[in-house]
Write a protein that binds this ligand. Structure first.
Ligand SMILES: Cc1cc2nc3c(=O)[nH]c(=O)nc-3n(C[C@H](O)[C@H](O)[C@H](O)COP(=O)(O)OP(=O)(O)OC[C@H]3O[C@@H](n4cnc5c(N)ncnc54)[C@H](O)[C@@H]3O)c2cc1C
Length: 204
């Protein structure tokens, strides 16, 4: 009798512990734990995470899908979308993808012709840079600090605000992301007159 009581008791414990755990143990749990562990609580880093259960997941994903061929219900989607608000968030995301063996994809403007920045048959984390788009133009020194999530049109506009005789030779399409464009090279209206787009660059 003692034995059967114990069994009943322990299987009750098993059930109430197992069910919620099963519902909250998708493959990305270790990644989320890692994000929390490696960031300051005041960063609220988990508020930057969108999983398929989140009501905003779809709109965040679709916002920078620029090729509708990759915007289908059958298109493989990220396990997690992470939208950093500060550079340290990016560092933590990269660290945690390495630590938890997650495949990381980076999306800036989402103009990749093959959707490489947000489509994969392998389960992956999408690092969406769209909140990191500050542009700091220093006309006196003829330099600019530009975050990867800024768009080319935004960059041209910020330069134009400060000078009517300066420009940066890059792509024609204003919604192309600086991040993907610069890392992949490119061409634009000023390329022939000046130089290939990205000679005057310093990466940080
Ligand atoms: C409508 C359209 C117009 C275009 N016009 C021009 C043009 O006039 N001139 C020209 O040269 N090209 C043009 N392109 C091509 C465009 O420059 C490239 O596709 C570019 O890679 C897009 O960058 P993105 O950030 O918008 O795209 P994304 O899809 O975000 O990224 C493209 C690639 O770069 C990687 N990547 C993105 N951000 C980062 C980052 N921060 N760090 C490391 N890797 C990153 C992604 O993982 C992906 O592999 C055009 C493309 C389209 C669709």
């Amino acid at each position: 009798m003692e034995n059967s009581l114990f069994l009943t008791f322990s299987s009750f414990l098993f059930v109430i512990h197992f069910v919620p755990l099963a519902a909250s143990t998708p493959s990305y749990l270790s990644f989320l734990q890692c994000l929390s562990k490696h960031s300051h609580p005041s960063d609220h880093i988990l508020s930057r995470v969108y999983t398929p259960n989140n009501s905003s997941y779809k709109s965040v994903l679709q916002h920078y899908i620029r090729n509708q061929r990759f915007n289908r219900s059958t298109t493989p989607k990220p396990d997690i979308i992470f939208t950093p608000l500060q550079e340290s968030h990016v560092q933590v995301a990269v660290t945690c993808c390495r630590k938890t063996d997650k495949y990381l994809k980076i999306r800036s403007g989402g103009h990749d012709y093959k959707g490489i920045s947000y489509v994969s048959n392998i389960s992956f984390v999408l690092l969406d840079m769209s909140n990191l788009r500050s542009i700091d133009v220093d006309i006196q020194n003829e330099t600019a600090w530009v975050q990867a999530g800024a768009l080319l049109g935004e960059l041209y506009y910020r330069i134009w605000e400060k000078s009517k005789v300066h420009a940066f030779p890059a792509g024609v399409c204003p919604t192309v992301g600086v991040g993907g464009h610069i890392t992949g090279g490119g061409y634009g209206n000023l390329s022939m007159d000046y130089h290939k787009n990205f000679l005057p660059l310093i990466f940080s």
